[in-house]
Structures are given as C-alpha cells and as structure tokens.
Design a protein around this ligand. Structure first.
Ligand SMILES: [Zn+2]
Length: 216
C-alpha cells in the first residue's frame, strides 16, 4: 500500500540529505520521482543538502495544487513513481491534503521531510497537518546536538546574535549561515527555554543553575 510518510526532525538533522538519498536509492532501481521543495537554501527549484549535494526540484509555491500538478505531469506522459517533498513544514495545510490525495487516488508513495516546530516551539501548520494525516511518522535518527552535548530538539532563531521567541513564523535562514541578521541554532529544550544559545553560553552571563557542561 502506498503511504504518506512524514520524516520529522529539527533543523540540521540531515533531512534534506535523507530526502536526496531516498531519491538516489529509488533511481538506482529505475524509479523516477517528482521532487517538490519550498524555499530551499540553494534557491528556487533546488533541493540541496548541507553536505553539498543538490538536485533539481519543483518549487511548490503557496498557490500550487500539488495533486493537479501530478495529474498534469502524468497526463503529459511524465514518469512519477513516487513523490519526495522537502521543507514540507512550509506547505499550506491544504497542500498536505493534496499529498494525501496523491497517495490515495494516484497510488504513489509520498515522502515528506520537515521540521515539526518553529523557533517559538509551535507547530508549523504544514507539519501539524502532516501529523494529522500521515500513515507513518519517522523521527529522523541522525540527531542534531545542542552546544551542551544533549540531543537538540528545538529550533532557536537569533536576530543580530540574540535569541528571539517572537516574530513571523517563516523567515528563511539557516544554521551556520545567517541571512542578513537572522540565524538559526538547534538547542535542547532546556537551553531553548532559557534562551541560551552557544554564543550566550560563552558570554559568561550565566545564572548559577545554568552552568555549561565544560566551563570556560
Ligand atoms: Zn543544551
């Protein structure tokens, strides 16, 4: 049975690398998929991974009907053995419904990769809909690490180097590469709650109960 699978994780956990790997494994078996992405770090119409791999993809604009796109693609004689979606958290909830319809009505596997929660620890609407509709949810096993060494489970946004917990839900940026003033860092929940990024941990302004694992 075809499935809608949601591969979820934090930023920096290798989602795009796994998305590319799934595409590669299937194309090695002669299968050809349609790849959607939205706001990839490499620009429109690209699916890139932090490890340097990149492939062409279809930019899933806000008003694109993904089901209609697939029907049109197949009608024109295009191959579609499966569908891969990266940055699925940025999709509108109705586009997640369209993915479910691709599974049910076109009998295709859909592999969606995304971040579950934003920098305020709130679910992205697209991820919420995926959790509601997916046949299966896989927490990615390549876990990101907080600066303290604990498993990083939350995404922090920094503006001008300081962690913020208010602002627009979507401001495209990346870990290790800030876009203008906005950057991102993955943290454990403890340090997300305390708004303690790596930079803040080095600043020395620590209250006694939040000493880093390796002081100084
Ligand atoms: Zn931590």
């Amino acid at each position: 049975m075809p499935e809608l699978v949601f591969f979820s994780g934090t930023m920096d956990c290798g989602k795009s690398t796994l998305a590319l790997q799934i595409g590669h494994n299937r194309s090695a078996r002669g299968l050809q998929g349609v790849i959607f992405t939205r706001d990839d770090r490499a620009g429109e119409g690209k699916l890139s991974s932090r490890l340097g791999l990149v492939t062409d993809a279809v930019e899933a604009d806000e008003d694109m009907d993904l089901y209609a796109y697939l029907v049109d693609h197949i009608t024109r004689g295009g191959r579609a053995d499966h569908v891969i979606v990266d940055e699925a958290q940025f999709l509108a909830p109705r586009q997640i419904d369209q993915l479910a319809r691709i599974v049910d009505d076109l009998n295709l596997d859909v592999f969606a990769f995304g971040i579950t929660t934003d920098f305020r620890t709130k679910l992205f609407p697209g991820s919420q809909r995926l959790i509601e509709l997916a046949d299966r949810i896989e927490a990615l096993q390549v876990e990101a690490m907080c600066w303290c060494g604990a498993r990083a489970t939350h995404n922090a946004r920094t503006v001008g180097g300081r962690m913020v917990v208010e602002g627009a839900q979507v401001v495209v940026g990346d870990v290790h590469h800030s876009t203008g003033d906005v950057g991102y860092e993955v943290l454990c929940r403890r340090h997300h709650r305390r708004r303690m990024t790596s930079a803040a941990s080095h600043a020395g302004a620590l209250s006694p109960d939040v000493l880093p694992v390796t002081p100084g």
